[in-house]
Design a protein around this ligand. Sequence first.
Ligand code: GTP
Ligand code: MG
Length: 294
Amino acid sequence: MSFRSGYIALLGVPNVGKSTLLNQMLGEKLSIVSPKAQTTRHKILGILHRPQAQLLFLDTPGLHLSKKLINKKMLEAALSTLHDADIILHLIMPQGEFKPLDQRLFEEAKKLAKPHWVLINQVDQVAKEKLLPRMEQVQKLWSPDYILPLSAKTGEGVEDLLKLLVKSLPEGPAYFSSEDLTDRNLRFLMAERIREQLFRQLHQELPYGSTVEIEAFEEKEKLISIQAKIILTRESHKGMVLGKKGAKLKSIGQKAREEMEAFLGKKVYLQIFVKVMTGWEKNEAQLKNFGIVE
Ligand SMILES: Nc1nc2c(ncn2[C@@H]2O[C@H](COP(=O)(O)OP(=O)(O)OP(=O)(O)O)[C@@H](O)[C@H]2O)c(=O)[nH]1
Ligand SMILES: [Mg+2]
């Protein structure tokens, strides 16, 4: 059997489960996940190594229309992956209305003549009888190359998807060495773990006006020492991030540190500072600086 490889883009509206699926396929928590929409802000490559194939997954920000610069840039970043992809995985919910961007995604895939697979995710959330009508609806709307029901959370249907992907990828070399999990560096991945806690532990709009930068990452013999900065867009948010007597920040730091230790397999000493930078999310140069714009 010949070796196969290629890029596989994970696309869909916010919260549908793209990052959860990426992690499930990799068997590793690479991308951050939260119940809030628009958790993922950057295009993230996740590499799955199989004996006869290398699958290069691109996790993307959820497709969402907004006038805000940061959201526009996130949408651009997501749609740009269409050009790199050999296969487009379009995730949808098992019930509910489609969004205009679902239709747009289908049209873009067609325009580019790329394989368009529809994944009905979160099937653990609905009764089995609901799946057939959903599949028929998708078939009528887009007649995609495949329609696969699965659950990114439980893993149901995921191995079948992987087998089909391996068969469908073009013949090609291993582009990355066998130890590589991603093209992102550890600083990025650790900053993401703090951002995940901001999404999980802060309310309403607060996480959307925040970002995280790693200022120092120092590997010592027995531990890794990390210094991070949470950047907020408004002074009034600082108190909410710190919480009463600093309790909220402590809890964010604690959980982020546990996640870091699980990923790095080493003890972590984490220090977090909070800084206000007004309007960073409206400034293209800053968005570039934080890696949201390439
Ligand atoms: N029950 C169930 N929940 C799921 C499944 N997949 C994802 N979720 C949950 O849905 C929420 C969103 O998951 P994410 O993986 O962050 O979704 P996403 O598409 O990456 O979202 P954005 O990055 O915001 O675009 C989380 O609370 C997940 O635990 C699934 O198959 N079943
Ligand atoms: Mg995501």
